[in-house]
Write a protein that binds this ligand. Sequence first.
Ligand code: ADP
Ligand code: MG
Length: 378
Amino acid sequence: MGKLNVTILRYLTRDDFRVLTAIEMGMKNHELVPASLAAQIANLRYGGVHKLMKELCKHRLLSYERGKHYDGYRLTNSGYDYLALKVLAQRGIIASFGNQIGVGKESNIYIVADEEGNPVCLKLHRLGRTCFRNIKDKRDYHQHRKSASWLYLSRISATREFAYMKALFDRGFPVPKPIDINRHCVVMELVEGGPLCGVYEVDDVESLYDELMNLIVKLGNHGVIHGDFNEFNIMITNSGKPILIDFPQMVSTEHANSKLYFERDVNCIRDFFKRRFAYESELYPTFQDISREDCIDVEIKASGLTKQMEKDLLREIGMIEVDEKEEIEEEHEEENIDEAKTIMDKDEINDLQLRVENSVMNEFVCRAKECSSVDEKV
Ligand code: ADP
Ligand code: MG
């Protein structure tokens, strides 16, 4: 903790990257990725892959574990971080790394610098390590997808955050400027200041209160509710201006519980101002005060940006039935391949893609066999 270990970024080779990407892809349908599958996806000699993976384990980017049915590799947090940071570094978005400045409930926040040396903020989303352990076991089929859920959840969370931040920033809301995203990593403008929870003195308490309440209503008028609008997610700049952060949980004003979420956001601010500044006002907004003028909620939904991921997740935890044909058409594959393009050449990519398709197809055939042999027994 503290500093990101990024010297590794410089020393790892293209083949290392290739192996990590292969494990990431393998984890879509394997709790642990067997060495042979990793070698097949990465299209490297088995012996060569074996050695690379041993090294990657030593650096704790992979871990080797014994499963119930077979042994294999999985990506560690650091391994997943590495994949995303490598891509962001390759794009020139981040060039050097600084200190950790925050630990949220579900994230780690770092100061990093772009190529010109300007400080920017890097948020690594970390979700779901244990979230779905207790969800009712459906078919064994879904069982091995759960272990990959932290990967999906973190990625969904980052994607949602970036999408909302961009929509809000484009409309002039006081939020950090979104810069880039890859996997579970969001890069955004660094706010010079600190969270409201650390502020004990304000020039004009009443006007800050009004500004925050107006912000809640304005969000509502644009069709959204922040959902976690509190002193930890409002930054106060050095010049005293509030900047809203932390958006993965935002919901539409059409959400079934939207009134509740709206009132909770309002009450968080009322309670905080009472506690911290002994300030109470008769005036506070209600859900009825919203008058819609824009549809950020609809825009985010329609962009399809998170739809596929959410579908994957629901499928993964057994909430929706799997259409086997659809299963093969994994959209993430394309995304990953796009990213990999910046690091590998075109032939290598085509080759990799073919291999992934083959391995997904193999999986499909194996599962179909499993199912039919179960049917026979019954
Ligand atoms: P979480 O979702 O884990 O709560 P947040 O987005 O709320 O994460 O960030 C956690 C902390 O990191 C914040 O309270 C704040 O101190 C710091 N932080 C987050 N984003 C920025 C930013 N853009 N600039 C400066 N500090 C930030
Ligand atoms: Mg927060």
